[in-house]
Design a protein around this ligand. Structure first.
Ligand SMILES: Cc1ncc(COP(=O)(O)O)c(C=O)c1O
Length: 451
């Protein structure tokens, strides 16, 4: 059986008539930018977000960037962002000329850890950008409290979490502004690029609208050096056709997530954790395992597509070399990027597909587990950074099984008398959690891993 990572087909089939009608309406009106469709969608989406204003823009990155710009954030300013997110969050900050200051996530929720924010605040800090990653709301109460205490703006990155709630309140309605993406794969996706900034501040909304329209408040009158980033009529009409179904489609994702959470019981896989305050919308179903690439390969062989969100953390991306943040400085983000795997999750997954994913994930590693129990196994997969062969010496042979950037995924094989012998006991394997623990394990075996 083949299970794609995502498929729009079930949704498209169901909404076929509505989407075609939306196309015809715009085409027949022959009006494509700044019109009734945009206005109607903005009104409906603001209501959905329990907010008074929504400004349609070209994409989610612009929604964030224009919000920051409208708040007056720019050169010399610092903005707190989570170290584990899609790069667009940081790009919005650097586009306006400010500096992203990364704060580590909570390893259980993958979202920014509010207890680590205050230590990163300086006199240049202007805003906090919580990201409701993978569809799971951030812990907003302590974030808002810190923002109030230090007089900081809060711009929520809601690109992955349309409709998720925190303590019963919908995300996007907490901060000064929120940025949404309607990239096709999002829970509410257009049939192309689109986005929106949502706020309860009319003045701010007007400024975002002007900034996205060449800085113009009325035709040929330019008060800002703006951009061109507007939600076009066609995408607005498609989004308006899909919005009434979003609640139901999010509910279906919750049902699939529940099936996964109840059905997956493989001991080498860490399932997502949902705090009491959160009702997520499961944009992504993220599991973690130290054998991530092995699991991805295994599932691919079984016809199941997966994804990694995200394989290289932002601070190690070439484009952010100038920030001078060394490898190891943000260990939780690095750990997540080395261990996270996203399972198929989309509206319209069949029961057979859900069952098959659960069955294959549970079957993964069964053979190796037997070997572990018998205390004889030939290889252990682990992620280590920049391992030089000479660090471990001649007792080990190395087999690179995957490589990206300078991360090496290695099979460590200890060569003892008759072929292979046990290198780590099974307790080590179960406790093994990536780079930092890997270092501890190696230290236990007398290997100085170094920095
Ligand atoms: C967390 C996050 N923020 C921002 C964006 C940017 O959205 P867009 O692709 O519409 O520009 C994305 C999109 O993938 C995202 O996942």
């Amino acid at each position: 059986m083949n299970v794609p990572f995502v498929s729009f087909r079930p949704m498209e089939k169901e909404l076929d008539t509505d989407l075609r009608a939306a196309f015809e309406r715009v085409y027949n009106a022959s009006w494509y930018i700044e019109g009734k469709e945009d206005e109607a969608f903005e009104e409906a989406f603001a209501r959905f977000c329990d907010s008074s204003c929504c400004v349609g823009v070209g994409n989610g990155l612009d929604a964030l960037m224009l919000a920051l710009k409208a708040l007056g954030i720019g050169s010399g300013d610092e903005v707190i962002v989570p170290s584990n997110t899609y790069i667009a969050t940081a790009l919005a900050v650097t586009y306006v000329g400010a500096v992203p200051v990364f704060v580590e996530p909570d390893i259980r929720t993958y979202n920014i850890d509010p207890t680590k924010i205050e230590e990163k605040i300086t006199e240049r800090t202007k805003a906090i950008m919580p990201v409701h990653l993978y569809g799971q709301p951030c812990d907003m109460d302590p974030i808002m409290e810190i923002a109030r205490k230090y007089g900081l703006f809060v711009v929520e990155d809601c690109a992955q979490a349309h409709g998720a709630t925190y303590k019963g309140k919908v995300i996007g309605s907490f901060g000064d502004a929120a940025g949404f993406s309607f990239y096709p794969g999002k829970n509410l996706g257009a049939l192309g690029d689109a986005g929106a900034t949502v706020t309860n501040n009319k003045e701010l909304a007007d400024k975002v609208r002007a900034l996205g329209n060449y800085g113009s408040d009325y035709k040929y009158h330019h008060i800002y050096q703006g951009n061109n980033s507007r939600l076009d009529e066609m995408q607005a009409a498609f989004l308006a056709a899909k919005l009434p179904h979003l609640g139901r489609m999010n509910e279906e994702r919750r049902r699939i997530a529940k099936r996964y959470l109840e059905g997956i019981n493989n001991p080498c896989i860490i399932l997502p954790y949902v705090p009491d305050y959160a009702v997520p919308v499961w944009h992504i179903f993220a599991v973690r395992t130290d054998r991530r690439d092995e699991l991805a390969g295994y599932l691919a062989e079984k016809g199941i597509s997966t994804n990694k969100h995200y394989p290289i953390p932002m601070h190690l991306q070439d484009c952010y070399k100038e920030l001078n943040i060394p490898r190891g400085a943000l260990p939780i983000a690095e750990e997540i990027s080395a261990t996270e795997l996203s399972l198929p999750m989309f509206y319209g997954m069949t029961e057979e597909q859900i069952d098959y994913v659960i069955e294959c994930v549970n079957a993964f590693g069964a053979g190796k587990e037997d070997n572990m129990n018998s205390e004889k196994y030939d290889s252990i997969f682990m992620s280590v950074f920049d391992v030089e062969k000479d660090v471990l010496g001649d007792d080990f042979t190395f087999k690179a099984v995957d490589k990206w950037d300078s991360f090496l995924h290695l099979t460590l094989i200890s060569e003892l008398e008759d072929g292979f012998d046990v290198l780590f006991d099974s307790e080590d394997i179960l406790n093994f959690g990536g780079y930092s623990n890997g270092k501890k394990i190696l230290a236990k075996y007398g290997v100085d891993f170094g920095e």
